[in-house]
Design a protein around this ligand. Structure first.
Ligand code: MLT
Length: 270
């Protein structure tokens, strides 16, 4: 089935659930891919295209991002509730959820607050810990930068930390185009949402569903040591590194990330 760029709010019945713009391709079993900051579902496009040969793949644009109306205020909990609502609306739960960086914060919130919709958690280039004081201050600076100088300024400030050594000019341009198309209002709101997100370090080890970790070998934001430290708290979690990739591994190495997700999903299919 292919139904790209749908919207869960279509029709009177659907109007009762949160409106969330999304793309939906492939066949069951299902996986939902949650994007990073400041981006939208397109960051997963290459991975989604490959995975859709074996899975139904839904790539929502989180609150305010992509084709959703801009958001002046949002929380990670609200983003999670939106995605849980979309999974209910599509009737695909419980399903696998993979979250890239900010999408990983949302995925963990879903696992905590909407456990019925998720049966496998895949964390990509992300972390469980909340921000410290310096991190929280940096979120406010990012929000101010977005409002005062726009989305492009936020992307250019983040760029040195985003990509691995193999990233081609085309990958840089793709990341830039996606980031620059996001609303500055939403970028500011999402930055504050990340500032205020919960710490899932104590919660994650209590999860009974399979957890898989996938990290870019050269992720400067969530480096390999942090990945190994996270895995050490989760005795049954698998950990895969994506060779040559940085923080945006799904955009940089879609075939390798799709293979890592596929093998994680297949290993837990009964
Ligand atoms: C992201 O890629 O979503 C961000 O790096 C997440 C963050 O800033 O914590």
């Amino acid at each position: 089935m292919i139904a790209s760029d749908g919207n869960a709010s279509g029709g009177p019945k659907a109007a009762r659930v949160p409106a969330l713009n999304y793309a939906d391709i492939g066949k069951l079993p299902s996986i939902v891919l949650l994007h990073s900051f400041p981006a939208d579902g397109r960051i997963w496009a290459g991975v989604a295209g490959i995975l859709s040969q074996s899975f139904r793949v839904v790539t929502p644009n989180l609150h305010g991002f992509g084709k959703n109306p801009p958001a002046s205020k949002v929380s990670i909990a609200e983003m999670a509730a939106d995605v849980a609502g979309l999974i209910h609306e599509l009737g695909i739960g419980p399903c696998a959820i993979a979250g890239l960086s900010m999408g990983g914060y949302v995925a963990q919130q879903i696992a905590r607050d909407h456990a019925a919709v998720i049966d496998r958690l895949i964390l990509v280039d992300t972390k469980a810990a909340a921000d410290n004081t310096a991190g929280r201050d940096a979120r406010d600076a990012t929000a101010a930068l977005a409002i005062e100088h726009g989305s492009a300024a936020v992307f250019e400030r983040m760029l040195p930390m985003l990509l691995g050594p193999d990233a081609s000019p085309a990958v840089v341009e793709a990341a830039r185009a996606i980031a620059q198309s996001q609303s500055p209002l939403t970028i500011a709101a999402a930055s504050r949402a990340m500032r205020d997100r919960e710490d899932f370090s104590a919660f994650l080890p209590s999860l009974t569903i399979p957890v898989h970790l996938i990290f870019g070998e050269y992720d400067a934001t969530m480096p390999p040591d942090a990945a190994r430290a996270l895995q050490a708290t989760l005795p049954s979690a698998t950990l895969a590194f994506i060779g040559g990739a940085g923080h945006l591994s799904p955009l940089e190495k879609p075939a390798d990330v799709a293979a890592a997700i596929s093998s994680a999903l297949i290993s837990t299919l009964t």
